[in-house]
Design a protein around this ligand. Structure first.
Ligand SMILES: [Zn+2]
Ligand SMILES: [Zn+2]
Length: 359
């Protein structure tokens, strides 16, 4: 089955979208052109982002080199092998902090210019840029499990923008189960970190996501989107079944799968074979889950859905440095991390609008 449509721009010339014989911009290493002519033509528009990313990358590479060349101070110091010896507990090692900040700033700059939306609620993020950002962030969490920078809040939205819903779900389920346990030993660098795999995303929302106050809004919003995508697909399957008079012939199964928005549903061919009543049951259950998650976020942060329904891109651009739980600033920051994935899913925000109207 083909991969679900993600809404991000595939690799292609910035000007004409041609996909063959591309050259990468050497400045930002984030965008592609079919040739010199289109690169020159695009320069006035491209320049600001290109220069910002190039600068941020250079600063990150300087810090990287500094860390790899630390003087060997024996037992007490970290020396040149900080990346091996310190992996997992970077934040506890003072020498790594500038490096982590510079790397974070680099990723943030790539996402800001090439990984998100255009300021008017249209997705213009490039697959390559989002993939690069996600790889960096996952590696940063590996280096610093304690994650004082809050990278775990950014990761699910990027997975979802890329259509990698299962990995997003597994990631968040770990934080809601093992990672939420008061006895989890963050100092033990053995196995058992982010090790949930293939969890059932159709299951009822976990207790941790429904407690209203003191919620990780970023994660609960991403779980909501996973379920909304499932719902949209189930409804599409139900509609084609009705249109076809009750059964879906196998010849067109691939055609239907090609249009699915949820990689979770696309990986479950058994769902297509369900009868009308089973599909209806799944739809009802998924709607219940979405409503529970919606209410939980609303209780934790009354601004979140309001801003998401009104103008998510404007809210997301308004990124504060500090916030308190339940505040408008928290809502803006969280929307900034997630609006690309919501806007990339046609019909998703309308599902939430429907909930609000029937509340
Ligand atoms: Zn071109
Ligand atoms: Zn460039």
């Amino acid at each position: 089955m083909s991969a679900p449509h993600t809404g991000l721009l595939p690799r292609g010339c910035e000007v004409c979208s041609k996909k063959e014989g591309l050259l990468r911009c050497s400045g930002c290493q984030s965008v592609w052109y079919c040739g010199r002519d289109h690169q020159v033509a695009d320069r006035p528009i491209h320049k600001t982002g290109c220069v910002a990313v190039k600068k941020a990358r250079a600063a990150y590479e300087r810090e990287d080199a500094k860390l790899r060349n630390l003087p060997d101070e024996g037992e007490r110091g970290w020396g040149p092998d900080a990346f091996e010896k310190g992996a997992g507990r970077f934040w506890g090692i003072v020498e790594t902090r500038d490096y982590m900040r510079a790397r974070h700033h680099f990723v943030d700059t790539v996402l800001l210019f090439f990984g998100g939306t255009n300021g008017e609620n249209r997705v213009v993020g490039r697959v390559d840029a989002v993939r690069l950002a996600l790889d960096h962030l996952l590696d940063m969490i590996r280096l610093s499990r304690g994650d004082n920078m809050g990278i775990r809040h950014i990761v699910p939205g990027l997975y979802l923008a890329l259509g990698r819903d299962q990995e997003a779900y597994d990631f968040m389920k770990w934080y809601a189960t093992t990672g939420a346990s008061s006895t989890y030993d963050w100092g033990n660098m053995g196995p058992g970190f982010l090790d949930v795999e293939g969890a059932d995303a159709l299951e009822a929302p976990l207790e941790h996501w429904l407690r209203g106050r003191f919620l990780q809004v970023s994660h609960v919003a991403a779980v909501t989107l996973i379920k909304v995508r499932v719902l949209l697909d189930l409804q599409a399957i139900q509609n084609s079944r009705t249109a076809l008079g009750g059964t879906i012939p196998t010849e067109i199964t691939d055609d239907i799968c090609g249009k699915l928005v949820s990689s979770i549903v696309a990986s479950r061919p058994d769902i297509l074979r369900n009868d009308a009543q089973q599909i209806q049951g799944l739809i009802q259950r998924t709607k219940d889950h979405i409503r529970q998650l919606y209410e939980s976020i609303k209780k934790s942060n009354p601004h979140f859905w309001e801003l998401m329904l009104d103008d998510p891109d404007a809210a997301g651009m308004n990124r504060p440095n500090m916030f308190s739980p339940g505040s408008k600033e928290e809502a803006c920051l969280t929307i900034g991390y997630s609006c690309t994935s919501w806007l990339a899913t046609k019909g998703a925000i309308d599902v939430i609008r429907g909930l609000k109207e029937t509340a």
